[in-house]
Design a binder for this molecule. Structure first.
Ligand code: CA
Length: 226
């Protein structure tokens, strides 16, 4: 989608996981592994979004963020950090960060933040997920099927977003539950089934079934193959 992201992160494992994952999603990612290199790239190139680690060799993340804002640059900045104390969050946000992600984070979580933030003024292409005539705009939370608005609860929307990110793929209840509810799935509660049923009803008011049950395995979102 041509969105350019600068990642400034010194930990190889995290940098590699983030850069690879975002490239697979179609983003253009450059990765700086220390604060000085990061600053150089911030000054010399135009970015749609910056993913910034807090602790870095050379200049630290908060220093870079403050310098960037002082220079009048309003590129969205997402702080990636293990520092999750409230005072640190406040410092980061005061320093001009747009959002915050505490390590360790799930890739889905990062992707949601990036999609919500990394957009050029006036452009929405990067924020709309669509499959089989269904779409959700992550920025406005508008959900539609074939142009008809769907009135979804927040959970139903999260569930639909997860399905839209994994179209035509068999998704186990465990995987869906952990991604959407952010809790371990104990297999006992029927919360997931109830939400799937509600979401189905709303989708099926405008067309054939899209969330199919695969017995013993989970669910698939998409048009049934002929
Ligand atoms: Ca670090």
């Amino acid at each position: 989608m041509g969105i350019r992201i600068l990642l400034i992160e010194d930990e190889d494992a995290i940098g590699d996981f983030v850069a690879r994952g975002l490239r697979e999603e179609g983003f253009t990612v450059e990765w700086a592994t220390d604060g000085d290199d990061g600053w150089h790239r911030l000054r010399t190139q135009v970015w749609d979004m910056v993913l910034l680690d807090w602790w870095l060799p050379g200049q630290d993340g908060l220093t870079l963020l403050k310098k960037l804002r002082q220079a009048g640059c309003d590129t969205p900045v997402l702080m990636l950090t293990a520092r999750d104390a409230v005072s640190d969050r406040v410092r980061g946000l005061d320093g001009g960060a747009d959002d915050y992600l505490c390590k360790p984070f799930a890739f889905e979580e990062l992707l949601a933040c990036v999609r919500a933030r990394a957009r050029r003024p006036g452009a929405t292409a990067g924020t709309v997920l669509a499959h089989a005539g269904v779409q959700v705009d992550l920025a406005t939370h508008r959900a539609e099927r074939d142009g008809q608005k769907l009135n979804l609860t927040a959970k139903e929307e999260s569930l639909l977003v997860f399905f839209l990110r994994h179209p035509d793929e068999v998704l186990s209840r465990t995987r869906i539950y952990e991604a959407v509810w952010d809790e371990r799935y104990d297999g006992l509660s029927n919360t997931l089934e109830v939400h799937v049923m509600e979401l189905r009803k709303k989708l099926e008011a405008h067309g054939p079934r899209l969330i199919r049950t695969v017995r013993g395995r989970g669910y698939v979102f998409g048009i049934e193959p002929e």
